[in-house]
Ligand binder design. Sequence first.
Ligand SMILES: Nc1ncnc2c1ncn2[C@@H]1O[C@H](COP(=O)(O)OP(=O)(O)OP(=O)(O)O)[C@@H](O)[C@H]1O
Ligand SMILES: [Mg+2]
Length: 493
Amino acid sequence: MVESNRVLVVDDEPRQLEILRTILKREGYEVDAATTTEGAVTQLRDAPASVILTDLKLPGRDGIDLLEEAARLAPESCVIIMTAHGTIDTAVEAMKKGAFDYLTKPLVRDTVVLAVRRAMEKTRLLSENSDLKKQLVDRFSLANVIGDHGKMQEVFRMVMKVAPSASTVVIYGESGTGKELIARAIHYNSPRASRPFHAINCAAIPEPLLESELFGHEKGSFTGAIARKIGLFEQASGSTLLLDEVGDLGLALQGKLLRALQEKEIRRVGSTASIPVDVRILAATNKNLTRLMQEGRFREDLYYRLNVLTIFLPPLRERTTDIPRLVDHFIARHAALAGKALRGIDRQALSVLMAFSWPGNVRQLESAIERAVLLAEGPAVALADLPQEIHEDGADGDVALEIPDTGMSFEALEKALLQQALRKGGNVSRAARLLGMTRRTFQYRAEKFRLSRAAQGDPQLLSEWSGADSEEPPAPPAPDGAPRAPDRERVKV
Ligand SMILES: Nc1ncnc2c1ncn2[C@@H]1O[C@H](COP(=O)(O)OP(=O)(O)OP(=O)(O)O)[C@@H](O)[C@H]1O
Ligand SMILES: [Mg+2]
């Protein structure tokens, strides 16, 4: 970063140089001086300046040469050119070559001070901006995505393989496994990294609104469209757009999305004009798209168009060896936010965390830690600081859930786990605890499978549902062993 307070003044007239030095020092700047372009370049190599105030006419290489050197040596600095009357054309040329401002001689004190102040401000904003960008890039660089487990290492290798291209990538994973984090890592490792990353949750927005969110609309195209709206495809042109929960997209919009992907152009709602867009699409889903496609709820052509490259994020319970590092990472993050000095976690608490099944994956682990950090009274996070459902899970002693083998769709897996928990726990509260969820969440999820009466504790239904020959047995694995796509579909870069 450029030092914020340094001005380099370049003039071959010693008297002029001295006057400028005095004026600027009085304004509180650190001032360096040079009488030639060569001298200025040497100084810039030693210590970058935020503002360079240079005479246009210098012996040997002139102010324009210095402007070019400064663009290379100190790209964030602003150059102000001083010219004599009658050399305005050259001043214009200097502006075209990127000078920030020019001043005509004889110089007026206030004009000089004002120009330098404005240039300083500009440099400060520029460097703040590039710091922010760097922070963003760092935050989403793979270095901050934790995963020593082989399955995560495989994910990271895929991220680095797919990042450079503009191809569509589908990221599969249960809720909370880090799909959005991985999408951002792809973007920030791609040639589009300097543009902002865009994301939209397709499950959270009703279809008509979603269409105008994605493609925009013209004023008056429907009741309430009081102004033109530029949609995400246009905003994200040149950048990346994550379509989160893409499995929830309705069939009509799926058709429009396919068209946008194939034609690389969109139409705003209420307009017939096609607008070219260059968007890299990433899609995330916790649903099994193969299954949705077989059920006719996801267009086959869109499925194949999206599924060019795929990344599968493992659930946390399949990589429990990553839990200690994740815990440290989240303790450090949340202790810093809360302004607490915590020395990690004690052994007992950590072993409970490692034994837990984490149905909500990394997101659930992070919120458990966030809460524990706030509650912790000792020097380290202890068992008592963990949410009840997690440490009571240990108290359920011998009751442990068996995780059905993979190859099941996420929905089937979820249902199988709910059933198993209910069977082993014997009642809703205990079942919920076994899964590390609240009673309400358990009921909500069970309801999803039209099992509300069982979830409310109807004993007859309870046994019916939790029995082996239930009316709705856990769905068998999809014929192709979905959601994992066959290898040939996986990477083609
Ligand atoms: N490997 C990881 N290392 C560090 N933090 C992680 C990791 N995976 C996930 N997280 C954190 O966990 C939280 C959830 O991650 P993210 O939002 O990416 O998950 P998701 O799969 O998109 O979840 P959902 O399905 O609920 O939308 C975020 O705060 C994220 O920073
Ligand atoms: Mg998400």
